[in-house]
Design a binder for this molecule. Structure first.
Ligand SMILES: [Zn+2]
Length: 54
């Protein structure tokens, strides 16, 4: 299996809706960082909502 984003050999397989997508080490970490960033953003938005309600 090859990486979904480049031509390197996939080190990980990410299953989405029953379809397994290959990810190399670099792109796997990129996806993890994207998820971590979006979680932080969501947490920040929660705090903004609380502040504006007061
Ligand atoms: Zn890749």
């Amino acid at each position: 299996m090859h990486c979904h984003y480049c031509d390197r050999e996939a080190a990980y397989g990410a299953e989405t809706d029953g379809v397994t997508v290959g990810l190399c080490e670099e792109h796997f970490r990129e996806r993890l960082e994207e998820l971590a960033e979006s979680d932080e953003l969501a947490a920040l938005e929660d705090r903004i909502d609380i502040d504006s309600a007061e």
